[in-house]
Write a protein that binds this ligand. Structure first.
Ligand SMILES: Nc1ncnc2c1ncn2[C@@H]1O[C@H](COP(=O)(O)OP(=O)(O)O)[C@@H](O)[C@H]1O
Ligand SMILES: [Mg+2]
Length: 352
């Protein structure tokens, strides 16, 4: 049972699954590397990331724009055109299969039915020439074998589930007849149509205004309660992650630099990058003070990093940071960090 590895007792105590039993891992990503072959050279967009996702868990993936969040998650589902993209190494274990090794038709089955995807811009997921009803019914007929009538009834239920008023009537409307927030609800309904085990949402609220953003977040919280699926929520906003996640992965320069449960990450951030992200959150400042952003530029990813990718922007960097890229280590119980600097001692970490 490669993909359903049982968690250790310590992990179970920590997270629990509400039923007192062990937690089942539904997705395991191991050392995933994705590159792009471009005219300017090879871009190392994702450099060996690893993480697990437990059943029913909400995992947030945070990091600045360009840190490799989308490329990583699209790689899981083979959603990137190849070329230019190439999954250079790694395994993605899901229901006893390595998704990286599946053929195009096999991965299409997984994509449509077992893992739902919601992108930032709902218009890229919706086809403007078909009614939303048709677009929700399509996967229901293809993957669930429903007939027209059954699919239509289920599609109306799904629209109701995501909070669209008068769902029966709205099935015959086209995407442009919905507001931005309502369109994103439609996309979520499509992603949920076949009752997926995992929902991956890539900055699904970024294109929406703040009020609508809050409504969508509320919807996802509610859906998770009702449906119990695992969710990977990609965001550049740590504040959003704090509001919904169980665990958080912080990415920088195509790597995971910190991974912890949400409370530990916020109470006790270990990586200087996470600390800088937290410092730039509104609410951590005096009124009128400008939002601090992190000085400097994210790394160009034209070669695999041999030093810490954050070192050039890091106020704690010392010689070792420029010589060797730190591995992700368990600094505290279930709290992982890739950094040579130890915030406790304000000195070097005692690791090889
Ligand atoms: N089609 C592409 N060709 C070349 N480089 C790409 C392509 N798509 C993404 N990248 C590069 O991969 C890196 C990670 O991008 P991305 O995953 O989109 O970041 P994020 O989602 O964290 O904002 C960036 O440096 C980006 O320029
Ligand atoms: Mg992105």
């Amino acid at each position: 049972m490669a993909s359903a590895q049982r968690w250790s007792r310590r992990q179970c105590r920590r997270f629990g699954n509400g039923r007192g039993g062990p937690i089942t891992q539904i997705l395991e990503v191991q050392d995933l590397k994705t590159v792009f072959h471009t005219h300017d050279g090879v871009i190392h967009a994702v450099n060996g990331i690893s993480f697990n996702l437990a059943e029913g868990e909400l995992l947030a993936v945070v990091g600045e724009s360009g840190s490799g969040k989308s490329v990583a998650m699209m790689s899981l589902m083979q959603l990137l055109p190849s070329p230019p993209a190439e999954i250079a190494s790694g395994r993605v274990l899901f229901q006893d299969r390595d998704l990286v090794k599946l053929s195009a038709s096999q991965i299409r089955q997984v994509r449509g039915a077992r893992i739902g995807f919601v992108f930032q811009d709902p218009m890229t997921s919706l086809n403007p020439v078909f009614t939303v009803g048709y677009q929700i019914m399509e996967p229901l007929r293809e993957h669930m074998g429903l007939n027209r009538k059954q699919a239509r009834r289920r599609a109306a239920e799904l629209l109701e589930l995501v909070g669209i008023p008068a769902p029966e009537k709205r099935l015959d409307d086209y995407p442009h007849q919905f507001s931005g927030g309502m369109r994103q609800r439609v996309v979520i309904a499509i992603a949920l149509a076949c009752d997926p085990k995992v929902l991956i949402a890539d900055e699904p609220t970024t294109a929406l205004d703040v009020t609508v953003q809050a409504q969508i977040l509320e919807l996802v919280r509610d859906l998770r309660q009702k449906l119990g699926m695992a969710i990977i929520w990609i965001t550049h906003d740590l504040g959003v992650a704090a509001g919904i996640a169980d665990r958080v992965i912080v990415m920088y320069g195509g790597q995971v630099v910190e991974r912890a449960n949400v409370r530990d990450l916020f109470d006790n951030p270990q990586h200087p990058y996470t600390r800088a992200l937290l410092d730039s959150l509104p609410g951590r400042h005096e009124a009128g003070e400008r939002l601090r952003s992190i000085a400097g530029q994210p790394p160009l990813l034209l070669r695999e990093p041999s030093s810490c990718p954050f070192a050039p922007r890091c106020s704690h960097a010392f010689d070792r940071c420029l010589q060797k890229n730190p591995r992700l280590i368990e600094a505290e119980d279930e709290h992982y960090v890739a950094c040579w600097w130890n915030p406790l001692t304000e000195g070097a970490r005692n690791v090889a």
